[in-house]
Ligand binder design. Structure first.
Ligand code: URA
Length: 447
C-alpha cells in the first residue's frame, strides 16, 4: 500500500477499507509514514469525516499499536470512567474512590492537562510523593488489593494515539468526532474494563461546543465500546462554565476532598453522585438510579469514599495526611481577590478563557513538557446566575507573584458577561447515550 494513495482517497471523500487504515497507522508507528503524511491524513479526516466502520477500524488499529492490559480478565466487574476534558473537572478524583468504596473496582488511567483543560494526573501529582507512573503488574495488583488504582496513561498502551495526539495538537486537527472517538476509545479498550462511563462535555469549555456534536461523539464512542464487548454509557454534561469553584491542581484536589466530605459545591457534587450511581447501576450493584444515588450518598456520609482516596494515595506512595488535612497541600505565596467590575448578574462565564487564565498562572502547560505549578489557580467566588454589586468578591487568584496576577487580570475579567436580567442557565446533566439512558433532563443547580 501507499501512503499518498490512502491520503488521496480520504481527501477525495472515499471510505477507506479497514486494511488501508490498519496499514497506515501501523506504518506510522513504525516510522514508515511520516508526521507530515499523518498530519495530512488527519486534516482529510477533519474535512471528510469517517463512516462508523472506518472509525472502528481506526480505533482498532490504534489499539493494536501497543500492549493491552485485559483488566477484565484479571477482575470482573472492573470499571473505568473518562471525561472528554473540561475546566475545573475534578470529578474523577471523587467518583473513582466513591465507586470503589461502593464495591465496584475501578482501573483508572488518566491523562495530563491539554490546552485549556486540566488533567487528572497533574492534579494527583500535587500530592507529595504520589507515584502515577505505575507498571502493568503494579497497576493491576493495586486494583485487586484496593479496588482502585490511579495511574498516568501508560505509553505502552495505544502508542499510536500518543504520537497522533501530539501532531493533532499542533496541526488544528483535534476537533474531529472520529479522531476524538478513536483516540479515547483506543486507550480505554487497551485497559480492558468490563464497564465504561464516558463523560462527554458540551459547551464553551469543551472540545464539543454544541449538544448535537457531543451527542454524535457520544454515540460513536458507545458503539465502539459495545462492539468491543465493553458495557458503555456516555453521559453528557454542560461545560458552559467551569465545574465547581476551584480551577488549578492542588485547589481541585482540595475541592474533590470537600465533595467526598459532603461539603463540595452543589453542581460538581451533583455530577459526581450521578456518575457514581450510573456506574453502580451499569455493573448491577445498584438496583436503579435512586438506589445508586443513595449508595453514593452513603459513601459520602460514612466517610468510606474519602477513606478510599486516602488509602490509595498512601498505597501509591503519596502523603495521605494531605487528603485528611488539605491545608497541607501546596499553597501559592500570593492570593489576590478580584472584585466585580460592575453591578449585575453574571450571565455567562467563558470556561475556555478561565481555563487559559489558570494555565497562564502555571497550572497548565503553554508548551509540551512545561513544568506544572501545583499551587496556583483560581477560586471562583461567584458563578453564572449570581448577582454581584460592583466590587463584590468575584474570583480569588492564587499565584506565584503579583505580576502574574496582573498579567492574567484582563483576560480573566473578559471571560465574564454581565447583564441586568437573571440568565436562563443550561442544565448541568444533559442526558445520556447507551443502555442506562436517562430520558429526563435535570435542572441545573448552582454552586
Ligand atoms: N481526549 C483524548 O484523549 N483525545 C482526544 O482526541 C480529545 C480528548
Amino acid at each position: 500500500m501507499n501512503a499518498v494513495e490512502v491520503i488521496r482517497h480520504k481527501r477525495d471523500g472515499k471510505a477507506l477499507s479497514a486494511e488501508e487504515i490498519a496499514w497506515f497507522v501501523t506504518a506510522y508507528t513504525h516510522g514508515d509514514v511520516t508526521d507530515y503524511q499523518m498530519a495530512a491524513f488527519c486534516m482529510a479526516v477533519v474535512w471528510r469525516g469517517m463512516t462508523r466502520e472506518e472509525t472502528v477500524a481506526l480505533t482498532l488499529a490504534m489499539l493494536h499499536s501497543g500492549e493491552e492490559l485485559h483488566a477484565r480478565d484479571v477482575l470482573t466487574p472492573v470499571a473505568d470512567k473518562h471525561s472528554t476534558g473540561g475546566v475545573g473537572d475534578k470529578v474523577t478524583l471523587a467518583v473513582a474512590p466513591l465507586v470503589a468504596a461502593c464495591g465496584l473496582p475501578i482501573a483508572k488511567m488518566s491523562g495530563r492537562g491539554l490546552g485549556h483543560t486540566g488533567g487528572t494526573v497533574d492534579k494527583l501529582e500535587s500530592i507529595s510523593g504520589l507515584r502515577t507512573e505505575l507498571g502493568r503488574d503494579e497497576f493491576l495488583a493495586l486494583v485487586k488489593r484496593h479496588g482502585l488504582a490511579l495511574s498516568a496513561q501508560s505509553s505502552e498502551l495505544a502508542p499510536a494515539d500518543g504520537m497522533m495526539y501530539a501532531l493533532r495538537d499542533v496541526t488544528a486537527t483535534v476537533d474531529s468526532i472520529p479522531l476524538i472517538a478513536a483516540s479515547i476509545m483506543s486507550k480505554k479498550l487497551a485497559v480492558g474494563p468490563s464497564h465504561l462511563l464516558l463523560d462527554v462535555k458540551v459547551g464553551s469549555g469543551a472540545f464539543m461546543k454544541t449538544e448535537t456534536a457531543a451527542r454524535r461523539l457520544a454515540r460513536a464512542m458507545v458503539q465502539i465500546g459495545e462492539d468491543a464487548g465493553v458495557r458503555t454509557v456516555a453521559a453528557l454534561s454542560s461545560m458552559e462554565q467551569p465545574l465547581g469553584r476551584a480551577v488549578g491542581n492542588a485547589l481541585e484536589v482540595a475541592e474533590a476532598v470537600d465533595i467526598l466530605r459532603g461539603t463540595g459545591p452543589a453542581d460538581v457534587t451533583e455530577l459526581c453522585l450521578h456518575e457514581t450511581a450510573t456506574l453502580l447501576v451499569m455493573a448491577g450493584i445498584a438496583d436503579g438510579e435512586p438506589d445508586g444515588h443513595a449508595r453514593a450518598e452513603r459513601a459520602v456520609r460514612d466517610g468510606s469514599g474519602l477513606a478510599k482516596l486516602a488509602e490509595v494515595v498512601a498505597a501509591q506512595g503519596g502523603d495521605a495526611r494531605q487528603i485528611e488535612d488539605t491545608s497541607l497541600l501546596p499553597k501559592a505565596p500570593v492570593r489576590v481577590e478580584i472584585g466585580a467590575p460592575q453591578s449585575g448578574y453574571i450571565t455567562a462565564m467563558d470556561a475556555e478563557r478561565i481555563g487559559m487564565a489558570s494555565v497562564r498562572l502555571g497550572a497548565g502547560r503553554m508548551h509540551k513538557g512545561d513544568p506544572i505549578d501545583p499551587a496556583v489557580g483560581l477560586v471562583l467566588l461567584a458563578k453564572a446566575g449570581d448577582w454581584l454589586d460592583a466590587g463584590a468578591p468575584l474570583v480569588e487568584v492564587h499565584a506565584r507573584s503579583e505580576d502574574d496576577v496582573q498579567a492574567i487580570r484582563d483576560g480573566l475579567l473578559g471571560a465574564y458577561t454581565w447583564g441586568d436580567e437573571a440568565p436562563a442557565l443550561t442544565p448541568l446533566l444533559l442526558g445520556s447515550v447507551g443502555r442506562e439512558s436517562r430520558r429526563t433532563r435535570k435542572s441545573a443547580t448552582r454552586s
